[in-house]
Write a protein of this length. Sequence first.
Length: 265
Amino acid sequence: MFLLEDGEVNSWHDGDFANLVPGSMPGRVLPGWAPPQMRNFGTQRGGMRITNVNGTLIDSRIPAQRSQFTVAMLVYTHAKHGLPNPYNLIHLMTSDSANAMPADNTGNLNMLGANAIWGIGASMNTGKTGQFMRYGPAISLGGANFTEMAATLGVQGQWNAFAMSVDGPAGAIRFQTLTDYRTISDAEQGNTEIYDTWVTNLALRNGTFLFGCAVNGPNRDSEGPLADMMGAGFYGPAYSASGIEALLRGLAKIGVDRGVTVAGY
């Protein structure tokens, strides 16, 4: 669990990010990417703002080679400011090949497809600002390499506690906030792509869990910030709905105790 209380307030911190799990290695800015700006968003210490228009990725240094896990984050998304054809922002992800990612994301990095990156993001298109929308790759619906879900997994203009629970052996993924949830399963899709991604191909995977924000595609916003974050956590089990609820409420309380409003809490 990363509480993002590191560095000096308003500084762009490129040092360690403490992991509260005893004996764990600290996180670090993925080499080549811009550091985040450390902030106090409420009345108490803690949080980071991603100000660089290319994004920021923090390497948790936690191995992502697993078929069951839950990831969670406390995040606030910002509206696009200038471009007429904006792309996705990715807020929480893992990488099968983190070390092979192009540094600083200034090129046309497809976060949802060919580069073996998968994660959750916020559509920044007009009228859909700051809502959790897409997941990918390998989950194919309608010929696309991602699943587009109803944009209700998050409340615009508020902090949102968000979790994604992956159960590879069961072929199921659950996305959940304190205001809504969505599920994707192999059974409903008539295939085995979730199972194949996290079980059959598990031995081929490498890399670590990443969190942060990165723009999908070549276009960039005219200015920042892109997103604010107060915490990110990575957990071994694939939690059920009730387990995720408890996890999200604990994460949301961190924000509330720091003096901000969290949607659904």
